[in-house]
Structure formats: C-alpha cells, structure tokens
Design a protein around this ligand. Sequence first.
Ligand code: LLP
Length: 426
Amino acid sequence: MKKSDPQEFFPYHGGKLFCEEVDLSEILRKHGSPTYVYSHEGFRSPVERLKTGLSGLPVQICFAMKSNSNPELLKILKQCGIGIDLVSGGEMRIARSVGFSGNQMVFSGVGKLPEEIESALKNDVFSFHVESIPELDLIQEILEARFPPDRRARVALRFNPDVNPKTHPYISTGLRENKFGLEKSEILWVAKNLKNWPRIQIAGLSIHIGSQLVTLAPMKEAFQKLKSCVETFESLSKIELEYVDLGGGLGIRYKNEKPPTIEDYCKLIQKEWSAWIQGRRAATRVFLEPGRLISGNAGVLLTQVQFRKERKSRTFLIVDAAMNDLARPSLYGSYHEIIPLNSALRKGKTASTDIVGPACETADRFASGRKVPVSWKRGEFLALLSCGAYGYSMASNYNSRPRPAEVLVKNKEFFLIRDREKIEPL
Ligand code: LLP
C-alpha cells in the first residue's frame, strides 16, 4: 500500500481487513460496533516523515489536538517528541494529564475565556495565538489583576493573510471575510502601540489559512505575505520575533484527490524559510500545527449493516453508525471510502446505494449513490476509512446515542483506549 493512502495501515490479509497485524473482526467481537480503530504506526509515521523532511530547520511541530484528543493517542505523539496546539481549557487539561508541559503547548482560538487564559498562564503555556485586539487587552488585564508584576505572557499574533485556500467554505479560515486572525493593518497598529500591553511580549506571528488543502500554491502565497508582515512588524516595533507559526491544513487523500505529499510540503517549507531564517540576526524558529495530516489516515470507523432496503429508484444500506459518531459527511458532504471487512465482498454485481445511519435526519448519510456490491447485507461489517481526524472528536450524543468505543492497534495487539459511552450519564 502506498504512503499516505487511506488503507496504508489497514491492509487485507487472507481475505480479511486488518489494522497492522490485527484482524478487525476480532476487535468487533470483543468490543462491539460501531468502533473507532487506530493504528499506532499510522500516528507515528507522518510525524517521522515531517521530522525527516524538515531536518536542519529549527522547527517545532505542535499537533492540532482538535483533530483527535484521545489521551492514549496523544501519548504516542508525546513519545515522538512533538508539542500540542490546543483551543480550549478542556484540551489543555487533557494534554496536561498526558504529561505535556505548558511550554510544549500553543493556545489558539478566537474566543478564549478569561478562566482559560488564567489557567493557561498558570500552566505556563508557551504562547497565546491572539486573534483580536480585545484579546490582547484581556490577557493584559488578567496579568495585572492576578499575577505578580514581573509575570509576562508570550504572544503570537495570528495574521489573516486574505488568501483563498480553495477548500470547503466551512474550513476556510484565511480569507478577510472569515472570523479568524488580525488584518495586516491591525498587526502594524499593534507594532506601533506596544506600550498599551506592557505585560505582553510579542514573540511571533502565526497563520492558518484552512484545512484539507490539496495544493501548495495558497500556502506559498500565505508564507510570502507572512514574511512581508514579519519584516514590517519588526521594523515598526523594533522587536525581533522568536518564531513564525505556519499553521496546519495540509490535506490527506480520502478518495482520488492528489494532495501534495508530506515530502513536497516539507520541501516548500525548506525552500521558503531556510534561507530566510539563516539570513536573520535573531534565532528564529518555525512552528507547524498539523492535525489531519497526522491523525486522518490513522483511523477507521467500523460499522455493521443493519438492514438492506431496496426500492425501484434507490437502495439503502442502514448501518449502526450515525452522524453523531461521524459528522463529516453530513456537515461538509465529505467523502469517506467504505470497504467490507470480508474482502470477498469487494467484487460482484453493484448497485447505486445510499449508505445511511439510523438517526432521524436525511443528512445522516455516509455515501450517496455509491456503486457498491449487492452482496452487502444485514450482518456484514464495513470500515469507513480516513476517520482518524475530526471523527471521534466531533462525535455527539444526538438521538441520545452513546459515543462509540475507541481501540488502538500496535503490531499484533489491540487495546481499548476509550469505553463505549454508557447511557446512564446521558
Ligand atoms: N491550527 C489551527 C489554528 C486550526 O484552526 C486548525 C484546524 C489546525 C491548526 C489543524 O488543521 P489541519 O492540519 O487538521 O487541517 N472539522 C473539519 C476541520 C476543521 C479544522 C479546524 N481547524 C473537518 O472535519 O474537515
């Protein structure tokens, strides 16, 4: 299986679908359906490829844990030596519980709460990625009110470069019309008015223009705008920045997209930033915040066919996973490859089929008009691929459905890393 393929860590062996060296039907027998299954190597491998591709560059990778915040999976990334990009007090507590220290964390987000800011300061979070001037004021106020006079906060201003990332509008973040970041004029205004925030040390500028980017051109454009913004900021403020944060956003292959490889992405970063960094007087680091790139193709969602419903115009396969377990198809119309656990069911006569869940909405649909074999019937097991990112982390209890179990596979072994939710707490 090719690198970065949705099935890279989920191959067929002897007619059965595996994760690494574990037969997925064994996991279902033990833990039931629906269940998320993750490959240990699936998490590790993209990180190692990033590290190799970026070697020589002073770089700090911070995993965007909104894409998947299961503590056991975060532990794998901790062992790889990378940090965390977090967006809430909840994520901060989870990251701390796994053993990440504050200085391995950057805190992003447009609407940080006062208590989250206070707790981030207490935890010595490395930096706040600030998205508005009132947010700078709030950090300053909290420091003045609750911390000793010599305590300052490190901040990177999130620059909105007004670049079209050419992705789904719901996950496009770098256009002027999006709620994210500060415009260049605001950043330069901050540079001229630093005296307003004596307790804040501006240490960097950050960008994140969107998610599931399948070409590098918008990133390159954003990098160039970021460089020019850094240079103007530094000349106005007389500050030398410690780092630039290039965000996340590199897409993965769900279907037949051809996203740039991790190696292509690293080459672009090396080309755009190596010489620039070497030419600077101050030591400057490059931060990255990849989420999906690391977690996306490391996980699948297993589900069982409940009913086959045939109409003249359409066939429906009703499975036991629903939009509460995996929201992406109903929210973004996103495509996930769906394959049977029994490889014999890959062949044969096909029919145009809607694969749907049991939730009471027409939007509860994982595939629409997909050509699938007519042999897929009640009782068969299916795997929805590429569900490691924004799968479980966006799951809900809609229809009072308990969220699924999560299982981690490492070589020949598998471990339950989150119980199926029980109905009582709901
Ligand atoms: N940094 C910031 C500031 C972000 O807002 C995000 C994602 C990332 C990094 C990581 O982006 P990634 O490398 O994963 O593309 N729920 C959507 C994706 C939302 C992305 C939100 N921000 C989906 O399922 O496609």
